[in-house]
Design a protein around this ligand. Structure first.
Ligand SMILES: [Zn+2]
Length: 255
């Protein structure tokens, strides 16, 4: 039995198949990750060629048969075109898509992931915020959406709630006050991040800001570097990854 459906979805990955076909992985609103077979779209005459490329957000009309999806029509909503005009933007955007694909599970969905990724691509393509800042906010926010939101309410050892300085226990996803930290015997600097008052506020902001405001803050330049490091370590630790191919490439650009 064949049925037709219309979805809004972002192209995360494309794999050429045969002469003129391709298989795309998309993240769809209200459906999550899907694979779609696209017949004839690599034919230069196909009007669906440009709307089935990486970074395109489209309204797709699909046919479904035996739980497999086939492209019928694609109407482009946004293609974040300027990402393709700058190698640094392209490298970061590819990392964002790879992380998104990695954390998305077929059959499950959370529209806040899609919304964050679209906002992140929008920021990369058109904002004057630094790319490192955008990257860090994306990493911390997606970790939070995935269930790893750090608990900043009190010291996880003595329950002290007084303001910073605290240390962020990256793996534990909570904070430890300076006094309790001094009693930890197996101190491993990789596992903790020193949270100054400014960093504490930045972390709290990114995990709790309304979706469209996640990127809208500034840190001092000294704190910036610590924030970038902390966010990357936080995400990789919780995804149990050493790195991603796209992250290696982004780093190879010397950023
Ligand atoms: Zn304490």
């Amino acid at each position: 039995m064949t049925k037709e459906l219309t979805i809004k979805a972002l192209v995360l990955r494309e794999i050429p198949m045969g002469e003129s076909d391709k298989l795309i992985t998309v993240l769809a609103k209200d459906m999550g990750k899907l694979l779609i077979s696209c017949k004839g779209v690599r034919n230069i005459k196909s009007h669906r060629l440009s709307s089935t490329q990486l970074f395109c957000y489209d309204e797709f009309t699909l046919t479904e048969k035996d739980e497999k999806y086939y492209l019928k029509e694609a109407a482009l909503i946004e293609n974040f075109y300027s990402i393709r005009e700058d190698i640094e933007k392209l490298a970061l955007a590819q990392y964002v898509l790879q992380v998104t694909e990695e954390v998305s599970i077929e059959g499950e969905y959370d529209n806040s992931v899609l919304s964050l990724v679209l906002n992140t691509l929008y920021m990369i393509s058109s904002s004057n915020k630094g790319l490192k800042h955008i990257k860090a906010c994306f990493e911390l926010r997606i970790a939070s959406i995935l269930g790893f939101m750090p608990d900043l309410s009190e010291c996880s050892v003595c329950a002290r709630k007084t303001p910073p300085p605290f240390f962020l226990d990256i793996e534990g996803g909570n904070i430890i006050c300076k006094d309790c930290m001094s009693e930890i015997s197996d101190f491993d600097a990789w596992k903790y991040a020193d949270l100054s008052a400014a960093l504490f506020l930045a972390v709290r902001y990114v995990i709790s800001a309304p979706p469209k405001r996640v990127f809208s803050f500034n840190l001092g330049s000294d704190e910036d570097v610590k924030f970038f490091d902390l966010c990357e370590r936080y995400l990789l630790t919780h995804l149990e990854k050493d790195t991603f191919d796209t992250l290696k490439f982004y780093r190879s650009l010397g950023l």
